[in-house]
Design a protein around this ligand. Structure first.
Ligand SMILES: O=C(O)CCC(=O)C(=O)O
Ligand SMILES: [Fe+2]
Length: 203
């Protein structure tokens, strides 16, 4: 066996959820590689803070974002329309590894920077029309670990929590977006910055 070519450490853990498929791969990237990507993305990304409109009220989003893609199709959510920038060499490298593993070719990546525990991402599902039905979303995390919550849309008793660690990959597939909401809650703990990348196909 060639230890260096081994993908053994990338064995996914499947969350025990019904009506959807969520896989978690803790050390998808080594800690060293993940730290390198964290630094590169921190400095290379033109982070912006958009305002979102929810229930007719406009608020600055509680995190910074950036959108990259290999087409120029706009992506809209919560009243924001973002136009993608061209993929950078860093993002192409990460995308290539994620695509090999997930066997999906993504067009687009949304980057989120959570500067501290006050930054968050409220309950939502990634169910925008331009993602099509049963989208595969590949979510990569670098930097401080943060909690990820899932709750079922109709069966209120069904909830899951998982910590998204440095260098991890979370894959959401099947009917997950149709049946579940997810969030990154605020925390009162002192936490360092975290960067998350969600790869998507935008039609
Ligand atoms: O930061 C995360 O892990 C989640 C990001 C997310 O849900 C999104 O951008 O749609
Ligand atoms: Fe999401």
């Amino acid at each position: 066996m060639n230890l260096f070519a081994s993908e053994e450490h990338k064995t996914p853990l499947q969350l025990p959820i019904k009506d959807g498929t969520v896989l978690y791969i803790p050390s998808f990237f080594s800690s060293e590689k993940a730290s390198e990507y964290f630094t590169r993305l921190t400095t290379e990304t033109p982070w912006q803070q958009d305002s979102i409109t929810l229930f007719g009220k406009t608020h600055p989003q509680p995190r910074l974002t950036a959108l990259y893609g290999n087409n120029s199709k706009p992506y809209s959510y919560s009243g924001i329309t973002m136009l993608p920038k061209q993929f950078t060499p860093t993002l192409k490298e990460i995308k290539c590894d994620v695509e090999k593993f997930s066997e999906v070719n993504f067009t687009t990546v949304l980057l989120n920077l959570y500067r501290n525990g006050s930054d968050s991402n409220g309950w939502h599902s990634d169910n925008e029309k331009e993602l099509g039905t049963n989208p595969v979303i590949a979510s990569v995390s670098f930097g401080a670990p943060r909690m990820f919550h899932l709750k079922h849309k109709t069966d209120k008793a069904l909830k899951h929590k998982i910590i998204l660690e440095h260098g991890s990959l979370l894959l959401m597939k099947g009917a997950t977006q149709e049946n579940w909401l997810h969030q990154i809650p605020k925390t009162t703990k002192r936490v360092a910055p975290r960067i998350n990348l969600t790869f998507r196909i935008v039609y």
